[in-house]
Design a protein around this ligand. Structure first.
Ligand SMILES: C[S@@+](CC[C@H](N)C(=O)[O-])C[C@H]1O[C@@H](n2cnc3c(N)ncnc32)[C@H](O)[C@@H]1O
Length: 284
């Protein structure tokens, strides 16, 4: 049965083999705190904003966001989605492990005068929800690599489970050049992303609607900020950057910078999966 892709055990075994060694590696608050300040730079990118609006509009049309709905946003970060959900629903509960991400979220909720947002500093792996939610939403977090998490998310969702995750394309030419010239390795993004939870849920009988968004994330950041982000990404891949390499990267970024700002563009494909729980068919 473990060799049959129409069985959930197949995907559980695949995910364990593929990402098992990474488990917990990206679950430290310090790791995420480091990018909290610049995380919203994403909002500069028209493609990102349009994608988020499209996701919101589909969730609204399908009933995942509705005036009486309570929504759980797992690994909510600085609230890019949760802040947009709040005016459309009864309550949004956001949980995240990073105090700095949540501080940004709290501040923005305060500025917008939102009263129906509950923000909890929690590690998903130890989070014990006391209730279920109309909609459970999870976007762009390593938690989604782990299919035991999908079981737990399903158990918390009464009507909808909505996942947003990488879908095989993440290419930044500037970073690819630095990876090659300075770290002596190819930039490659080999993670299967959303297709693993999609297939797992499918084998459980939840054939969700899957849609892809392909485009460019564009950011213009001060050189030092871009350098910090780049070093953070390198640490993500276990690359140690010594002083000499850091200086070389800095010089390369200086050559790219215009008025002290570095423009960087990442080609991405993002998957958006909406599962309506009551439509569960018989498992395959
Ligand atoms: C790339 S950000 C995505 C934020 C937001 N969901 C979005 O799409 O804009 C990943 C988030 O997952 C959070 N995270 C990672 N591991 C976590 C864990 N074990 N428990 C709670 N939050 C976690 C990080 O702190 C970070 O805010």
């Amino acid at each position: 049965m473990k060799n049959d892709p129409l069985r959930p055990e197949f995907w559980k075994a695949y995910a364990k083999e593929r990402d098992g060694a990474q488990e917990g590696r990206f679950s430290s608050p310090e790791f995420w705190d480091k990018i909290a300040e610049g995380y919203d730079d994403l909002e500069q990118s028209p493609f990102y904003r349009e994608m988020v609006e499209e996701i919101l509009s589909t969730m609204r049309q399908r009933g995942a966001l509705a005036p009486q709905a309570r929504v759980l946003d797992v690994c909510c970060g600085p609230g890019n989605y949760a802040l947009r959900f709040a005016p459309l629903v009864k309550e949004v509960v956001g949980i995240d492990i990073s105090p700095k991400m949540l501080a940004k979220f709290r501040e923005k909720a305060r500025q917008k005068g939102l009263q129906n947002v509950k923000i909890l500093l929690q590690d998903w792996y130890t989070f014990e929800a006391q209730e279920t939610f109309h909609t459970v939403f999870v976007s762009m977090t390593p938690v989604l690599h782990d299919l035991d998490s999908i079981d737990r998310l399903l158990a918390l969702a009464r009507e909808f489970l909505v996942l947003v995750h990488w879908a095989g394309v993440r290419k930044n030419l500037l970073y690819a050049r630095i990876w090659k010239e300075i770290f002596g390795r190819e930039w490659k993004w080999g993670r299967p992303g959303i297709i693993v939870p999609f297939n797992y849920l499918y084998t459980l009988g939840y054939a969700g609607d899957l849609r892809f968004f392909t485009g460019y994330w564009e950011r213009r950041r001060p050189l030092e900020k871009e350098l910090d982000h780049l070093l953070w990404r390198a640490s993500h891949e276990g690359i140690q950057v010594d002083k000499e390499a850091r200086e070389k990267i800095k010089q390369l970024l200086q050559a790219e910078a215009v008025d002290g700002q570095v423009y960087s563009r990442t080609k991405v494909r993002i998957g958006f999966l909406l599962v309506h729980i009551p439509q569960r068919a018989q498992p395959t």
